[in-house]
Design a protein around this ligand. Structure first.
Ligand code: COA
Length: 322
């Protein structure tokens, strides 16, 4: 039986920072409101011309370095993104070119904020079935490009970034389980209403921005993440106390706190980075993992519960022995 194991992590946030105070100058909001309701203090925004693939490349190189592998060892690239550089080729193919890797499968996965969990699950299955031995799995976004910076209900929430892992074949278990779900009936609660197949005019007319029913999304996220925690623990025959670290999608401190409560976990066993970069969609879980690995909180052998919820709706979890 083959397993997959995370052997390296990387992350990158673009240099430009937009603080809550900066947003006070753009829309009718306050630092206090944003911090109280979301836990967010600042977000990073890609510079003009800086693309999702640019962010992904830095995160990828950092993960490759930390894994101590060579680019040529990688035989699968999966990029989770909702904000690709081009309609095609995929961001994964653009990245493959930059990394001077040739011939390996490379493709994007689009599951919005759950994207990284989807990508990890796909790569895990490639490895478990013997179709790959060493995968580069990335979540990368420039959500700032699909934000209406005059809409205070959404612009305070999101930011840009990229996180990456190297997933390698192993004789011992690393990724213990993944659970993926989606329910398209909630399309209108969180969406960008226009896309390419509706014509470039619609996109150029400023209609291609995130729209969200915040309260409804909040309730759905809390309930759904509670259910996926139960599903993950039951599938693995584990109790809440078996989890060393919760590494959640970083959307909102209050949503994360509700999931931690469900796990009967104190917040000091939760990796919380949302205050530093807001909701970076598919990048948020690998970014948080990278922070916790680098600062020494997550150690080899720790049991990690990764989870996310996002547009679609999509939601999922990964139970990982690090
Ligand atoms: N600054 C100040 N006031 C704001 C504001 C802002 N940035 N955004 C909204 N408000 C106002 C609203 O207009 C409303 O005013 P009203 O009562 O006069 O109508 C008031 O604040 C309360 O708004 P409400 O939407 O009820 O607030 P909330 O407590 O639900 O918090 C969110 C709003 C968006 C922070 C919260 O609903 C949330 O986090 N939802 C989930 C979002 C999310 O994580 N999405 C991504 C999932 S992957």
């Amino acid at each position: 039986m083959k397993f997959s194991r995370i052997v390296g992590t990387g992350g990158f946030l673009p240099e430009k920072v937009v603080s809550n105070a900066d947003l006070e100058k753009l829309v009718d909001t306050t630092d206090e409101w944003i911090a109280d309701r979301t836990g967010i203090r600042k977000r990073h925004v890609a510079a003009d011309g800086e693309t999702t693939c640019d962010l992904a490349e830095v995160a990828a190189n950092s993960a490759i370095d930390s894994a101590g592998i060579k680019n040529r060892d990688i035989d699968l690239i999966v990029v989770a993104t909702t904000t690709p550089d081009k309609v095609f080729p995929s961001t994964a193919c653009l990245l493959q070119q930059r990394l001077d890797i040739h011939g390996t499968p490379a493709f994007d996965v689009q599951a919005v904020c759950t994207g990284f969990i989807y990508a990890l699950s796909v790569a895990d299955k490639f490895i478990k079935t013997g179709s790959a031995k060493c995968a580069l799995v990335i979540g990368a976004e420039t959500l700032s490009r699909i934000i209406d910076w005059t809409d205070r209900r959404t612009c305070v929430l999101f930011g840009d970034g990229a996180g990456a892992v190297i997933l390698k074949e192993s004789d011992t278990p690393g990724v213990l389980s993944t659970h993926l779900h989606a329910d398209g009936q909630f399309e209108e609660l969180l969406h960008v209403p226009k896309g390419i197949s509706q014509g470039y005019d619609a996109v150029q007319n400023g209609e291609a921005y995130i729209q969200m029913e915040g309260k409804e999304v909040f309730k759905m996220a809390v309930n759904t993440l509670g259910r996926i925690v139960d599903e993950t623990l039951a599938a693995n025959g584990l109790a809440e106390s078996d989890i060393d670290w919760l590494i959640p999608h970083q959307a909102n401190t209050r949503i994360i706190a509700a999931t931690a409560k469900k796990l009967k976990m104190s917040m000091d066993r939760v990796i919380l980075t949302v205050s530093e970069h807001g909701n970076t969609s598919a990048a948020s879980v690998p970014l948080a993992l990278d922070v916790a690995v680098r600062d020494g909180r997550v150690k080899q052998g720790d049991m990690l519960l990764l989870e996310a919820f996002g547009g679609g709706f999509t939601w999922g979890s990964a139970l990982v022995k690090y």
